[in-house]
Write a protein that binds this ligand. Structure first.
Ligand SMILES: Nc1ncnc2c1ncn2[C@@H]1O[C@H](COP(=O)(O)OP(=O)(O)O)[C@@H](O)[C@H]1O
Ligand SMILES: [Mg+2]
Length: 253
């Protein structure tokens, strides 16, 4: 079992889109995959499922320590299961405050009996570095940072790296950073290239960039991934190339 957190404390940088496509794409390659939606907005969940009752969502894992295995639901992709989010997930931050195991509930909830674990668990994090994101970091082997090609991405990356460093020291959990993924990339804007170099000094960057395309919004409106909506299209191909880089990165250790 390999666990991957998709994180960036900024909103609107392509976390959810990346989580959806990584999870759906891996499942299409025959890997048993679980997508965990940790954002109360539930955008990732909405692509694969109607909103669940609270007791059948990831909220319940945090509230009552119910294992993911009991809560995960099937999706139309037979190798992909979903641990959906609900709006009430936002309450979890206060619910867990003061519980000594508050940082570890996700890690505990993602334990499986021998032979029953999925091959991959992909976690879509909320746009902050709160308790849910920390739970994801503590439960993850790897992380991916979607970023926009903008000057302000640098500060965000530094904050993330500091947080990962803290997780390493406080919780002895050393996540490997698979890389920063440039999303909504536009070759024609000069800023995209100008931002790349200083980013590369801080963190490895995926060779694949995800282009900006209206197809993404269109697919989301249809509640589909690009692998369904436009499987031969540019974005589907880019996410396929990105998944290959993820698999290579994991193989290297
Ligand atoms: N490659 C892309 N091209 C165009 N729009 C995109 C692309 N990726 C994401 N979007 C859109 O940008 C918005 C933010 O993306 P999202 O994945 O939800 O980011 P986050 O989870 O970081 O908030 C969404 O409306 C999404 O549909
Ligand atoms: Mg999101």
């Amino acid at each position: 079992m390999v666990t991957v957190a998709i994180a960036n404390q900024k909103g609107g940088v392509g976390k959810t889109t990346t989580a959806i496509h990584l999870a759906d794409g891996l499942a299409r390659m025959g890997k048993k995959t679980l997508l965990v939606d940790l954002d109360a907005q539930g955008n990732a969940s909405s692509i694969f499922s109607d909103p669940p009752p609270r007791e059948e969502s990831v909220h319940e894992l945090f509230r009552s320590r119910t294992p993911a295995q009991e809560l995960a639901r099937k999706t139309r992709n037979e190798n992909l299961s979903l641990l959906p989010s609900v709006l009430e997930l936002a309450e979890v931050e206060t619910l867990l405050a003061g519980h000594v195991d508050g940082f570890f509930r996700l890690q505990e909830g993602l334990k499986y009996p021998d032979g029953q674990a999925p091959d991959f668990i992909i976690m879509d994090c909320p746009p902050n570095l709160g308790l849910l994101t920390l739970n994801a970091f503590i439960a993850s082997d790897y992380c991916i940072l979607p970023i926009l090609a903008s000057r302000f991405s640098l500060d965000g990356i530094r904050t993330m790296l500091d947080t990962l460093e803290t997780v390493h020291h406080r919780f002895s959990r050393e996540l490997k950073i698979l890389g920063a993924l440039m999303t909504m990339y536009n070759d024609r804007t000069a800023i995209s290239g100008a931002v790349l170099e200083p980013v590369q000094e801080l963190i490895s960057v995926f060779k694949t960039r995800i282009s900006r395309s209206v197809q993404v919004e269109e697919a989301h409106l249809m509640r589909q991934t690009l692998f369904e909506y436009q499987p031969k299209g540019k974005i589907a191909q880019e996410y396929e190339a990105m998944i290959q880089e993820v698999l290579d990165g994991i193989k290297e250790g």
